[in-house]
Write a protein that binds this ligand. Structure first.
Ligand SMILES: [Zn+2]
Length: 311
């Protein structure tokens, strides 16, 4: 592209931010490289990061630091919750991009950052938490770059305590998302969409939207992928419910959806790397994070209404 065209495009994009407040989000190859680097560094610096331990608290600070490098402020929301082993402290990392009108509904993105505690001898959680930790940071940067929030408040949350200590129950697992739901209910916030991202770095990417996802968001997700010719990487599974960080919101009747690759394994259709020592950094790729990031960004453009002003 000639230099003058580039200047013209930059000027148009700057003007569109001035006129419309926010432009469509484009998740680039550089964003994917950034997401991958963060995932790799996170595994190297913050393994293990089991909920309720000092290392989870350090991991939360690590994420807050990386997020702040994108020019946004991150808060750590610490809270105490009951577990099968008594009360434990958890730490959600939160970034809020404020809408023009503070009363606007909320769009929430979540990815858990804690590791499954009972995997022996060692669990990196490269796909199961590091991949989407990186993806969510890169997505935050991409949305910020595209003008940030406009019609909706946008909240990014790196949740703690998604993994259970023993068996999932009302006091075991999903501590961060259940706490977040309490906050939303107490503050009487209106919700546009709650979106959970989980295990989206798998080299052999097969994103699933489970049955326990809101139909309107499911349609937006599938439409987004189709629009950018990535439809083959995502499917709706009307047979399978998946318990994940979106569940508390979904079960309460809010619009909520899960993007998860639950075929993380040694062969097509298998999930045999999940919650095993095989969940290592060599199983994830920058290319998959690029595909996931583009689909999720396009989905965001649809649910945020970034198409309605400009088409
Ligand atoms: Zn897990």
């Amino acid at each position: 592209m000639p230099f003058s065209s580039r200047i013209f495009l930059l000027a148009v994009s700057f003007l569109s931010i001035c006129v419309f407040g926010a432009e469509r989000v484009a998740f680039t190859k550089d964003d994917a490289a950034y997401a991958y680097k963060i995932a790799k560094d996170f595994v190297a610096d913050c393994t293990p990061r089991n909920a309720g331990t000092l290392r989870a608290r350090l991991a939360a600070s690590w994420i807050a630091d990386r997020v702040s490098r994108c020019g946004v402020d991150a808060d750590i929301d610490s809270f105490v919750d009951e577990t099968p082993d008594g009360k434990k402290k958890f730490h959600n990392v939160c970034v809020h991009l404020k809408a023009e009108n503070p009363e606007s509904p909320w769009i929430v993105f979540m990815s858990h950052f804690d590791t499954a505690p009972n995997v022996k001898p060692y669990f990196e959680g490269a796909n199961d938490s590091a991949s989407t930790t990186g993806l969510l940071i890169a997505l935050t940067a991409a949305i910020k770059r595209a003008g940030g929030a406009k019609d909706y408040n946008i909240l990014f949350v790196w949740t703690d305590g998604e993994e259970c200590r023993k068996d999932y129950s009302p006091i075991d697992g999903f501590h961060g998302s259940r706490h977040l739901l309490d906050v939303f209910l107490k503050k009487k916030r209106t919700i546009r969409a709650v979106t959970c991202l989980d295990m989206l770095g798998d080299k052999d990417l097969n994103i699933m939207i489970p049955a326990n996802s809101s139909p309107v968001l499911k349609r937006a997700a599938l439409l987004a992928a189709k629009r950018i010719d990535l439809g083959k990487y995502i499917k709706y599974n009307k047979e399978a419910d998946v318990m994940d960080d979106h569940s508390a919101f979904y079960n309460k009747g809010f619009q909520a959806i899960d993007f998860i690759d639950f075929e993380f394994g040694s062969q097509k259709g298998l999930n045999d790397y999940w919650h095993t020592p095989n969940d290592t950094i060599d199983k994830i790729s920058q290319e998959s994070l690029f595909i996931s990031g583009r689909i999720v960004s396009e989905y965001f453009n649809i649910i945020d209404g970034r198409y309605k002003n400009k088409k």
